[in-house]
Design a protein around this ligand. Sequence first.
Ligand SMILES: *Cc1c(COP(=O)(O)O)cnc(C)c1O
Length: 446
Amino acid sequence: MDLDSLPPVGLSSLAVAGAQRLRHQDPVLHDLLEREQRRQSDTLAMIASASWSDPSVLACEGSASGNITTEGYPGRRYHAGCEVVDEIERLAIDRAKAAFGARYANVQPHSGSTANQLVMTALLNPGDLVMGLELAAGGHLTHGSAVSFSGRYFRSVSYGVDEQGLLDYAQIERLAVEHRPKLIICGASAYPREIDFARFREIADHVGAFLLADISHIAGLVAAGVHPSPVDHAHVTTTSTYKQLYGPRGGLVLVGRDADLRVHGRPLTAVLQNAVFPYFQGTPRINGIAAKARAFDQLNTPEFRLLATRILGTARTLAAELAARGWPIVTGGTDNHMVLADVGARGLTGAIAEQALESCGIIVNRNKIHNDGRPARIAGGIRFGTNILALRGMDDAAIAECAAIVDQVWTSLTPLDDTDFLLPDQVRQSARAAVATLCWRFPLPA
Ligand SMILES: *Cc1c(COP(=O)(O)O)cnc(C)c1O
């Protein structure tokens, strides 16, 4: 077949021609991509920071809009030929604002980390003090960790969680009063409970700090209205778009009621615009922005609200089912999509618990939990998330089956050291079969 004779017009024909050409001209890469797609549908992913993009989102990502090189913002570009992509970016901005009730949105950040970086730079001077949740207690690298820019170009103090693993707002306030940070960051990568954004703003106002809410993990619950929104509490809100927004890899910056605020004598929103471009980024990924626009549009649907409700329900069921089988759950349960199991308390390490499940087709990640002395590579916890199980449409009975498989695998293994273990072959075989059946009964949406 002469592939080049295929009409190179239209979104679909370009995608089909591209996939066919890849198969013929680069079978190695084609097969790897095919294998990865199959792996995703044939395993149960319970990675809390992952989701699964609708094919319409992937179609935007793979579109020719990504060929456009430009800089700047709609109506104020540094290249000609942008009349269409300007409309794409405006659509993404309008949909982001509508989905989160925001007054300002910047859809250009290449990632959530970049979004945090540019907000911190917009609001602070080098060496200013930031205060965020400690990495080991569930915070993110960009919230002041010494191994990230956020702890190197800024000074940082951390707040932790209490014995139960809960945020202690009185302690946070005491630390803020003592250290007088210029910026307080709230939001987490491993915190299964509701975050009181209003309380955080009170604390920030009390010490004259800016408040950044990073909702990378819970943005979908926030958009659906099943977790309180920080958008009108924080000065600035950031999120990744590939986690609970089921969108492309990328970041988003939002401002709510503080949109008219001035910082360093300039409007906050203008400072943020400049912090994205020209300060940190060059050309925007227009195909990524189109994919964000598609994902944001889906947030305003009754179907998404149902999905968000299911995410919460499945997480609560998973936490209860694991707890009923004797696995200690950090904070005793969950208010979001995350469940943190303290496997160290039962003689396992996170590394072993993760690898044993992976060998059975259940994909999770090891995670440090508070009071966890082990290094992050080993860790004492496992972080589960239900974004993808909920998208598969799993009901409580199916989640109970997942918990039973996890329990069976974890109780059957023999640790050899921190990372090595033995798992009887017949346990592995029966777990794999059960996973395969669940994947077949609850397929990813086509
Ligand atoms: C995942 C995450 C980020 C980083 O997002 P990337 O898009 O992967 O850079 C930032 N903050 C929090 C709280 C996260 O969980």
